[in-house]
Write a protein that binds this ligand. Structure first.
Ligand SMILES: Cc1ncc(C[n+]2csc(CCOP(=O)(O)OP(=O)(O)O)c2C)c(N)n1
Ligand SMILES: [Mg+2]
Length: 379
């Protein structure tokens, strides 16, 4: 089977088939099939879709579109030399972070890799503060000192932005340990990629998370590539939802291009983690349309492969079709939303260019948290 056939086979076209929008506040009871699937602890192919109200569907659409337009703008600004260093775009993967974030409750923590702009926007961080961080300005969320890969916001429960592949996984597991130790019911949602899934520290984290039944949800964003290496060339076992098998950590395969499937699977997984049952893994099958970073021309895959994913499985188009079919919006209404979001992104780009650069003295601040500063010097 050709590679593209194999991956696209996971995204049946009918997944977002017309379904009447649910009235706000009326959650559909689980079907017998869904209940049976849960009982069996089914490992993959969950087709359960979240029954979103019209309001929720619109919110998903807006959030995904905001990430898409923001990333397009970031790409342009990088091309103009306004953003330095590395810049990894999230275009194509929007449904993952939007679906997961919507299922969280206040106090939950989120950590991810360097491909983090979408996660920050989904966490509710002002696009101006994210864009100004990309341009290294003092109005940035990390005061212009972190850049694309090292953003952080305790206020939003966002624990970074990590440039070392898989470094966030033991940190997320440690946060989950703290949650349990402090009797909090928060879950540490720890994202990582298909390439990171082969890193040794993940397995050490899995072992401890299971041993101590820690409330950590591992979300594997399997976008099929780690830099220029496809998952088939890097992993002996490509079903990453099974990576927890030998630790007895349950895992589930999710269509990460479908925000409703992501939302439903996350809700169930969080309930598992929150009720003392320990860690869980969700493998989100997704796809990035752009290269690994802005400097990657992505010659390791065909144009047709990317085109097919865009045309057949785009997460935003899927929701757009539902909004139109259910007559929640007409074309003019959707255009107005697009314009509103574009204006917001333009304003963030302006802010990111007007905000001053950090003072030279800022090099010496924000290095240690005040309470973490040692009382005595070692040596
Ligand atoms: C420990 C370490 N090794 C190698 C690198 C270089 N590197 C940066 S991203 C990357 C690929 C990771 O791919 P994946 O986990 O699939 O995430 P994606 O970029 O697809 O989101 C590599 C090898 C790094 N940053 N850290
Ligand atoms: Mg990857």
């Amino acid at each position: 089977m050709r590679y593209i056939e194999r991956i696209t086979g996971l995204y049946p076209r009918e997944k977002m088939a017309k379904k009447p929008a649910r009235k706000a506040g009326t959650r559909k009871p689980a079907t017998a099939r869904q209940k049976a699937g849960r009982k069996r602890g089914r490992k993959s192919g969950s087709a359960a879709l979240y029954a979103a109200s019209a309001k929720e569907l619109t919110a998903f659409y807006r959030s995904m579109l905001m990430i898409r337009r923001f990333e397009e703008k970031a790409g342009q600004m990088y091309g103009m030399g306004l953003i330095g260093g590395f810049c990894h775009l999230y275009i194509g993967q929007e449904a993952v972070v939007v679906g997961v974030q919507d299922a969280l409750q206040p106090g939950d923590q989120v950590l991810t890799s360097y491909r983090d702009h979408g996660h920050m926007l989904a966490a509710g961080i002002d696009p101006k503060a994210v864009m100004a961080e990309l341009t290294g300005r003092s109005g940035g969320i990390s005061r212009g000192k972190g850049g694309s890969m090292h953003m952080f916001s305790l206020d939003h429960g966002f624990y970074g932005g990590h440039g070392i592949v898989a470094a966030q996984v033991p940190i997320g597991t440690g946060l989950a340990f703290a949650n349990k130790y402090n009797d909090s019911d928060a879950v540490a949602v720890t994202y990582f990629g298909d390439g990171a899934a082969n890193q040794g520290q993940i397995f050490e984290s899995f072992n401890m998370a299971k041993l101590w039944s820690l409330p950590v949800l591992y979300v594997i964003e399997n976008n099929q590539y780690a830099m220029g290496t496809s998952i088939d060339r890097a992993s002996g076992v490509t079903e990453l939802c099974r990576r927890g098998d030998s630790f007895n950590i349950p895992g589930r395969l999710v269509d990460g291009m479908n925000v409703l499937e992501v939302r439903a699977a996350t809700e169930e997984a969080l309930a598992h983690c929150r009720t003392g049952k320990g860690p869980m893994i969700l493998e989100m099958k997704t796809y990035r349309y752009r290269g690994h970073s802005m400097s990657d021309p992505a010659k390791y895959r065909s144009r047709a492969e990317v085109q097919e994913m865009r045309a057949e499985h785009d997460p935003i188009d899927q929701v757009k079709r539902r909004l139109l079919a259910d007559k929640i919006f007409d074309e003019a209404g959707l255009k107005a939303i697009d314009k509103e979001i574009k204006d917001q992104v333009t304003a963030s780009a302006e802010f990111a260019q007007e905000s001053p650069e950090p003072e030279a003295a800022a090099l010496y601040t924000d290095i240690l948290a005040p309470e973490a500063a040692p009382e005595t010097e070692r040596g």
